[in-house]
Design a protein. Structure first.
Length: 350
């Protein structure tokens, strides 16, 4: 299975410039709201038309601006789970499935609908309308409808955004099992890095309509290349830097110099450090500095410290286990450290 997307489209606020090649499995489009993720899915599905570029699915050309190819949504064999499911409100569960089944040969429609009702545990609600269903049931109907035509590619647009936290987790487990058996390409849109980490193999970060090179999810979390990728991966601390040498940067916002394990190249503009990567230093280690404790915030499972390094102009966020902070007995100044391999050297702008 393979999906190749290389498209450009002028939008009101930015130009969509997305390029990736997926070789099967679940690939995420990860980015902040409004960065072009959903528009990319609509272009793949044929609901929007790029200004130029190509979309190729399993060697079938779905769109090619130079060859004037633009297959209809019905001819693309793509399943689409919309963000808010888009079920037909005046049709029952069974009616919604039969609406999708119109794309199948007439003799196969009933068997296909019955099979999906069983597979998604919808038989008990098959005669109910969408307004009578829970959020999880609506999502199962929408997934069943998307998969009924046996699509070669499945597009999932923030599939858990309409669910509460408990139902979201239960439904995520169900989706995880479904995706294990699905053999086509899956493009999963989200702005939730934790969802992406649990469900996806690869990730393509979008920022202001422009895609970064595809990477494995683990590579993104361990070593993002850009400020936008670090932001979306959950990093909370950034400082503009001045390069000292290939393994040292001066962090201008924090007033400190840090050693890095990553090479500091000429395009490095920022250093990023995750909140949990800072730790209470024990002495004799690199990247130690004193910081004033300006605020202590009690979080659900940790203690958040807002720190001001001596000579700095911007606060640092550090997260510690609650028991570790309690053992320190609330000092006003702490000796902080960060391992060189935890200092991310990044290009781009905040």
């Amino acid at each position: 299975m393979s999906l190749s997307v290389h498209i450009y489209k002028e939008l009101r606020d930015f130009t969509l410039n997305v390029q990736f090649d997926s070789d099967g499995g679940v690939m995420a489009l990860l980015g902040a709201s409004g960065c072009g993720k959903s528009m990319t899915l609509k272009c793949i599905a044929g609901l929007e038309t790029p200004d130029r570029g190509t979309i190729v699915l399993n060697d079938r050309v779905l769109f090619d601006s130079t060859k004037h190819i633009n297959k209809s949504p019905q001819a693309r064999h793509v399943g689409y789970l919309f963000q808010h499911y888009a079920l037909f409100p005046t049709m029952t569960v069974k009616g919604n499935l039969y609406a999708a089944a119109q794309r199948l040969p007439q003799g196969k429609r009933k068997a296909a609908v019955d099979e999906k009702l069983r597979a998604f545990r919808l038989e008990a609600v098959e005669n109910l309308y969408p307004r009578q269903l829970s959020g999880g049931q609506q999502q199962r109907v929408a997934l069943a409808r998307a998969l009924l035509i046996e699509p070669e590619c499945l597009l999932l647009d923030e599939p858990f955004s309409a669910l509460d936290s408990y139902l979201k987790w239960q439904t995520e487990l169900e989706l995880r099992e479904l995706l294990k058996s699905y053999r086509g390409d899956v493009v999963y849109v989200s702005h939730d890095r934790d969802e992406v980490y649990r469900l996806c193999k690869d990730v393509c970060v979008l920022a202001d309509g422009r895609s970064e090179p595809k990477r494995s999810v683990r590579e993104l979390m361990d070593a993002p290349w850009t400020v936008s990728a670090a932001l979306i991966s959950g990093c909370k601390n950034f400082s503009r830097v001045q390069r000292i040498d290939e393994n040292h940067v001066k962090c201008l916002a924090w007033g400190i110099t840090l050693e890095t394990a990553q090479e500091v190249n000429n395009v490095c503009t920022y250093a990023g450090v995750r909140a949990h990567s800072f730790h209470i230093a024990r002495g004799g280690e690199p990247n130690r500095f004193d910081a004033k404790v300006v605020e202590v915030i009690d979080d659900t499972f940790s203690t958040i410290l807002m720190l001001e390094p001596e000579g700095g102009t911007s606060a640092i966020r550090m997260e510690l286990p609650k028991e570790e902070w309690a053992a320190l007995r609330s000092p006003s100044v702490v000796l902080v450290g960060v391992a060189p391999e935890q200092v991310m050297t990044l290009s781009g702008e905040l």
